[in-house]
Design a protein. Structure first.
Length: 404
């Protein structure tokens, strides 16, 4: 739905970089930076970060990175209202789910934070710990490997086992002050006995072979502890301060790598909850409608569409932003009655478009049959285009009235 596709070099005739000229690269970037109104509102607070990532990925020589730029470009571009197979209605932002995407990372951070609450409440004596990797002369991948391997060896040591019973960890990665260097840290919430900093430093150096910088602090607030451990998931980095090369190195190094986990008695204690929003969907025709088309139908003064827009503006969160409302929904409470009304109106609008589209499909099929008889060929109209024709017809009339 409006998504561009990057062809393989063999298909497009492009060189190793994927582009035949600088103009090709710039046009591709400009295409990816185009946004819809819903997308603009959803990504408003992090647009600079998102654009920085898209530009770096799109101009990379890596085909996989350019495809990643496409996915980031399409994040929340066409949010959908849909009817599921069981007949219930749902909302889908159509997120890219890239771990570096600011919006998707923020949603992942909130989900992880909620899952951490019960685990942190069950901890008895909590402490912050930071373990730093000496990364001089190492690539980012080597530094990350050293962090994972060193932490595994540390947990196997007797000095660790005698003082720590479990905890949570996350990895922070950011560019160093010197060019081509990185700072890699493990941030931990641990449950256990007092751990002298000098003793931890010696144990960390023994586990890694060269790293010794550590920090240990008491925890005064459990909510602050949860924020501390999840903030690096919600915001992987300030990419506006990264160079193109640093963004590509960072993205490649964290691909498939765990950046958050549990250990000891807390291992596997944080169960993954089902997300409220469904996965990105490719529904059957007639089972969904985009926010964009609902707003167009509201412009054509279809009362049910106007109610859907109004209700979405009140429901709060990203869906409210997509519909033109505020994150906090202006303080209005979204009731169960509102939810039911929203569901009924979504079903009606989808059935309405489907009915009008069927009329168009029938007319097109008659035209095709007649054209075949006369030796000509008229292709079928794709359902996405047929839907847009229906919406455009309503807008041209300025209103909607049922056909006799």
């Amino acid at each position: 739905m409006g998504k561009s596709r990057i062809m393989d070099d063999g298909e497009s005739g492009l060189g190793a970089s994927g582009f035949t000229s600088l103009d090709d690269s710039e046009r591709f970037v400009q295409l990816l930076l185009q946004t819809t109104e819903a997308q603009k509102r959803i990504h408003a607070k992090s647009e600079n970060q998102r654009c920085r990532l898209i530009c770096a990925f799109a101009q990379s020589s890596s085909q996989s990175m350019r495809k990643r730029a496409e996915r980031l470009s399409g994040c929340c571009k066409w949010p959908l209202l849909m009817v599921r197979k069981d007949g219930t209605t749902g909302l889908s932002l159509q997120r890219c789910r890239d771990r570096l995407c600011p919006v998707c990372a923020a949603m992942k951070g909130r989900e992880t934070s909620n899952r951490c609450k019960a685990a942190v409440q069950a901890m008895d004596d909590i402490r912050f710990m930071t373990l730093t990797i000496l990364s001089t002369g190492k690539t980012l991948v080597q530094a990350e490997d050293d962090a994972h391997n060193g932490f595994r060896e540390l947990r196997r040591s007797e000095v660790w086992k005698s003082r720590v019973v479990g905890g949570l960890w996350t990895m922070e990665i950011k560019p160093g002050e010197k060019e081509s260097t990185w700072n890699v840290h493990l941030h931990l919430l641990v449950d256990g006995e007092y751990f002298p900093q000098d003793l931890l430093s010696d144990a960390w150096k023994k586990a890694t072979g060269d790293s010794y910088i550590v920090d240990v602090r008491a925890v005064n607030s459990r909510s602050a502890a949860i924020h501390y451990i999840t903030k690096y998931i919600a915001k992987p980095g300030d990419f506006t301060k990264f160079s193109d090369e640093e963004i590509i190195d960072f993205a490649a190094s964290v691909k498939g790598r765990r950046l958050f986990g549990t250990f000891g008695k807390l291992h596997a204690s944080i169960k993954k909850e089902a997300e409220v929003e469904p996965e990105t969907v490719s529904p059957h025709a007639g089972s969904c409608i985009s926010f964009h088309n609902v707003r167009a139908m509201a412009t054509a003064r279809i009362s049910e569409a106007e109610r859907v827009v109004y209700l979405l503006q009140r429901c709060g969160g990203f869906y409210s932003l997509a519909a033109g409302g505020d994150w906090a929904s202006n303080g209005e409470k979204f009731t169960e009655e509102d939810r039911k009304e929203l569901s009924v109106n979504i079903v009606y609008l989808i059935s309405l478009v489907d009915k009008e589209r069927k009329i168009l499909d029938d007319a097109n099929e008659i035209l095709r049959i007649n054209s075949i008889k006369s030796g000509m060929h008229v292709p079928r109209v794709p359902k996405s285009i047929a839907t847009q024709i229906v919406i455009d017809n309503w807008l041209q009339r300025g209103s909607w009235s049922p056909k006799a």
